[in-house]
Write a protein that binds this ligand. Structure first.
Ligand code: BES
Ligand code: ZN
Length: 380
């Protein structure tokens, strides 16, 4: 629905005044605290529209109406893009021999076992108890994978809400490059758009699939002794569905800490083949870095078993946008063209039976190619 059409149904959208919190609502004898839901939040519909204050509870109305927004409440200062940082992005692959064994070790059985459990939590909403449980379970899986590899560390990135983000880091062999990162990401949360906190949201595709593709790439790299020259990190973000919350927090923190991101690749929805039955890798071309996106095309040609198609979201639709906004190169691979993507997302119908693990595996291949090729320092 277009924003103008939604105004008729959602009057709060028309005003930009700060909404006062109403601390208590009385129902007969019972008083229910509403502080959380009445808290004002600052949102933005697009990069070129002005921010707007709305109530936390009104965010849910926006979600139900299908209106896209970033929640920028914690980032009200003017966006400062990183200065003097122009990493070299290659135009061809050079490390096929290194990449091949990692790809050969990918297993759809492992992926299926992982996603079956990951979708069994009622939902993975960032502010629900299941959201907390599911990310603690994911953390445990990643720690199990990394156990015994002393150059791989798995860490929680805490947020003011229950569900944390997760960072798994391969230390680089070149100490001088410890703040130059290559990042592969996905979002770990899921959401039922009609009842975000309590509704059933298996989130098999959105973004259980991207989480599965990235966990499997990580597993294969760890198990086969990957030692990058510069550090490589795998990220699983909390609160993407709440307006890119986790990735904004992580990216701003990295920027503040003086870290420099060479390249970031987001995997959001990698499991649905689409109505044509001809699997393709969608490469998103808006809200991304053009040079890095050109290199993703080369990676698909070199390492995937299926072709790519170029597509657009039309808005800042996932976590890659948080990195790009502050000036780091980011790219986004997705299951199909935007139009052919899974229409069951954000509902109880986003289930495993509609997905292909072979398809998810193609994205693990790209993620591995990305991690290996970009972890080498080169200037061609
Ligand atoms: N996975 C979606 C993005 C998406 C949707 C990609 C449809 C391709 C097809 C993502 O999790 C999401 O839901 N994003 C929000 C916007 C975000 C800023 C909260 C959306 O699309 O509504
Ligand atoms: Zn989503």
């Amino acid at each position: 629905m277009k924003i103008a059409a939604a105004l008729a149904f959602l009057p709060f959208l028309a005003s930009s005044t700060l909404v006062a919190a109403s601390p208590l609502v009385s129902y007969g004898q019972i008083s229910i605290s509403q502080v959380g839901d009445a808290e004002p939040r600052l949102i933005r519909y697009s990069e070129d529209s002005p921010p707007k204050w709305i109530k936390e509870s009104d965010k849910e109305s926006l979600i139900r109406a299908g209106i896209k927004f970033m929640d920028i409440t914690d980032y009200t200062d003017e966006i400062v893009r990183v200065q003097n940082w122009k990493p070299f992005i290659p135009a061809r692959t050079l490390y096929e021999d290194e990449v091949t064994p990692y790809i050969g070790n990918l297993s759809t059985e492992t992926m299926e076992a992982f996603l079956t459990k990951f979708t069994s939590f009622r939902n993975r909403y960032y502010k629900s108890s299941w959201g907390g449980e599911s990310c603690r379970w994911l953390l445990q899986q990643l720690e199990n994978i990394a156990q015994g590899s002393d150059h791989v560390a798995v860490k929680e990135f805490q947020h003011p809400w229950e569900q944390f983000s997760i960072v798994a880091r391969f230390e680089g062999t070149n100490e001088d490059l410890k703040d130059e990162l290559v990042i592969v990401g996905a979002h770990l949360d899921s959401m039922n758009m009609y009842l975000p906190k309590y509704g059933r949201a298996p989130g098999a595709d959105d973004d259980g699939s991207g989480t599965t593709s990235t966990v499997e790439a990580f597993r294969s790299l760890v198990n086969n002794g990957f030692r990058p020259e510069r550090p490589v990190e795998f990220h699983w973000y909390s609160g993407e569905e709440g307006g890119l919350l986790g990735s904004q927090a992580v990216s701003r923190q990295y920027q503040q800490d003086g870290k420099r991101v060479v390249a970031m690749l987001q995997n959001d929805m990698t499991g649905y083949v689409g109505p044509s039955g001809n699997p393709v890798i969608g490469i998103v071309t808006d809200h991304v870095d053009d040079k890095l996106t050109d290199f993703i095309k080369v990676l698909v040609d070199s390492y995937a078993g299926i072709p790519y198609t170029l597509t657009k979201c039309g808005y800042a639709c996932s976590d890659h946008a948080s990195w790009r906004q502050i000036g780091f190169p980011s790219a986004f691979t997705i299951e199909s063209s935007f139009e052919d993507s899974n229409h069951y997302i954000h509902t109880s119908g986003d289930t495993i039976d509609k997905l292909s693990f072979d398809h998810m595996k193609e994205f693990s291949k790209i993620a591995i190619g990305f991690a290996v090729e970009l972890s080498h320092v080169r200037s061609d």
